[in-house]
Design a binder for this molecule. Structure first.
Ligand code: AMP
Length: 281
């Protein structure tokens, strides 16, 4: 596996690979890699010639300083996992390398309603920071395919729009959520849960599955209420939101029939850890 820390070095390599007709697949991450990330690497490997993974904990997408400083960093384990999964390139830039002119965003994107609800409403500036770093990384890596997880459903929808808005020649591939045996969606933040919290965390995905089962038996509003009650009933869990929305537009709905595809998205605090999950209904 090649390791690059500078924009200049990775660009030189990518230009050379592209000149040989090789396709480039890109998996951007913030590290502390788990099976969810590795499923994206595997997807990239089957679809593209050269698999590039970046690890960069992007300060501009954190609205909470504590979350940023406590974000797990396990670079040597990550590096070994990437080698085991036959990743071709690890790009591990510094903040200075990504933001040589400072972290203030230079471009603003109009994502319409997509960045307004849910994560957009509760994490101010999160999506602007996310779009800023994704655009910067795409400009550097120039991938043919970009692999992202459904775990961050709203994020991948916004990135899809970003690709449209900028006219970049990159296709987005969204990969399914990888879960632990008890259903908990894998997340780098899961390691911050205590043993007791970790057990309780299974309620999140169980509640999403219950909401799916509720369809047909309850109204949409009742289903939402039941889900919020069920989560809040667990000592230590505080629901931030639980919303059933149009999977395409993220608009709220009154009735089950109001959209072709519906998705339930939730964010909760479990102790001091914030977790998100979603499920198509
Ligand atoms: P992160 O390191 O959390 O920024 O995530 C990097 C990429 O991995 C994003 O596209 C995430 O959506 C994706 N990802 C994170 N967790 C999972 C998971 N459990 N299953 C599938 N993809 C995931």
């Amino acid at each position: 596996m090649k390791n690059f820390e500078t924009v200049k070095a990775i660009q030189k390599f990518i230009t050379s690979e592209k000149s040989k007709g090789k396709s480039i697949g890109f998996v951007p991450t913030m590290g502390a890699l788990h099976a969810g990330h590795l499923s994206l690497i595997e997807q990239a490997r089957t679809k593209t010639d050269v698999v590039v993974c970046s690890i960069f904990v992007n300060p501009t997408q954190f609205d909470n300083q504590e979350d940023l400083t406590k974000y797990p960093r396990t670079i040597e384990t990550d590096r070994q996992l990437l080698i085991d999964y036959q990743t071709d390139v690890l790009f591990l830039p510094t903040v200075q390398e990504i933001y040589p002119n400072g972290m203030e965003p230079t471009e603003e994107y109009d994502f319409g309603y997509l960045d307004q609800p849910m994560e957009g409403a509760f994490r101010k500036g999160h999506f602007a920071g996310m779009a800023q770093v994704v655009k910067r990384l795409l400009d550097i890596v120039q991938p043919d395919y970009l692999f992202m997880g459904q775990k961050d459903y709203q994020q991948q929808l916004i990135v899809g729009r970003l690709l449209e808005l900028t006219g970049m020649d990159t296709a987005l591939v969204t990969c399914p959520i990888v879960r632990e045996e008890d259903g908990l969606a894998m997340s780098s933040r899961n390691v911050r849960l205590s043993a007791e919290e970790r057990k309780k965390a299974a309620t999140i995905s169980a509640t999403l599955r219950q909401a799916k089962a509720d369809r047909g038996n309850y109204t949409l509003a009742q289903t939402q209420e039941r889900a919020i009650e069920c989560l809040n009933a667990v000592d230590g869990i505080r629901v931030v939101y639980f919303e059933i929305v149009d999977a395409k537009t993220l608009e709220s709905l009154d009735n089950w029939e109001d959209a072709e595809q519906l998705i339930a998205c939730t964010a909760v605090h479990l102790g001091s850890v914030r977790l998100i999950d979603n499920l198509f209904l």
